[in-house]
Design a protein around this ligand. Structure first.
Ligand SMILES: [Zn+2]
Ligand SMILES: [Zn+2]
Length: 295
């Protein structure tokens, strides 16, 4: 499988000269499975750039098909969707019926208890108070699907969802394409009692790569432990690279990729965080926008 990172920033886009190395777009990860299924995780602002790239392929002619899985519907994971150009590509006949041969097809997945509001939320952010174009104007074939049994099979690829800890809930996803496996665990907070979330351990068991939310430094997360003034970020629903390393080691993940970078962390700071993390676990990378990983 090929993994491409289109957005690795947490919370809010951070354009500017201090973020050009790691990137400023919010969460969007694309996976092309061994069986050539195109699977996208989250529609942060990174999906806009992915969309532009896809327009040079069959998606430009309305002949593309992709699956978009949402971890949850916080802003930074949905805000790019109205700017995803391939979603606009399609045609209807005189009766208003969509012509499938020239309409892109997108299956959008969210869990019942995390994302039954997925459709409502995506429609809501395109309400005319916020956006000039209604979701119904998108001419592609968009199907909202609920992850009822937390598992979807697409050809040889299985996508399994696990609930993780985040305000209002979040899903982690494990993708097995028959040749390799990856776990995506963004927007998740580690338990405060020193244990590791059993769902995370299951999600990441022996994966080739674990993609993990390492938004904060331990000092930012819990300043009181370092005799620093607060308030800390505990309870905000995010974790640290150090906790990601503990989980990766315990689950037997072969490599760790840290994502959902904190908006105030500039390139220099993130490079230092990456260097420090590698001292604890050499197989650690901090995700950069545009980074491609082949497993
Ligand atoms: Zn987020
Ligand atoms: Zn979130």
């Amino acid at each position: 499988m090929i993994i491409k990172f289109w957005g690795v920033r947490g919370s809010i886009p951070t354009p500017g000269k201090d973020t050009v190395v790691f990137g400023g777009n919010t969460t969007c990860i694309e996976i092309l499975s061994a069986g050539q299924e195109r699977i996208i995780f989250d529609a942060g602002t990174g999906i806009r750039v992915l969309g532009l790239e896809l327009m040079n392929t069959e998606f430009g002619q309305g002949k593309g098909k992709a699956h978009i899985f949402f971890t949850h519907s916080h802003w930074d994971h949905i805000q790019g969707f109205p700017f995803f150009a391939p979603a606009y590509v399609g045609r209807k006949d005189m009766q208003g019926k969509r012509i499938s041969e020239c309409s892109n097809e997108f299956n959008l997945y969210g869990a019942a208890d995390v994302g039954d509001r997925l459709e409502t939320t995506l429609r809501g952010q395109m309400d005319n108070y916020y956006f000039p174009v209604d979701l119904n104007y998108l001419s592609s074939n968009i199907n909202f699907k609920t992850l009822k049994d937390y598992r979807v099979t697409l050809g040889d690829t299985t996508i399994t969802a696990f609930k993780l800890v985040h305000p209002n809930g979040v899903l982690g996803y494990r993708i097995d394409d028959g040749k390799s496996s990856v776990a995506i665990a963004t927007d998740c907070e580690h338990p405060s009692d020193g244990t590791i979330d059993p769902n995370l351990l299951q999600l990441a068991q022996n994966v080739d790569a674990l993609i993990y939310d390492g938004q904060y430094t331990p000092e930012e997360y819990a300043p009181h432990r370092f005799n620093l003034p607060g308030p800390g970020k505990q309870g905000f629903g995010h974790s640290t690279a150090e906790e990601g390393i503990r989980a990766a080691k315990a689950a037997g993940a072969k490599r760790l990729i840290i994502t959902h970078h904190e908006p105030i962390h500039n390139d220099e700071f993130l490079a230092k965080m990456e260097k420090d993390a590698r001292k604890l676990y050499a197989a650690t990378d901090f995700a950069r926008e545009g980074m491609m990983v082949e497993l």
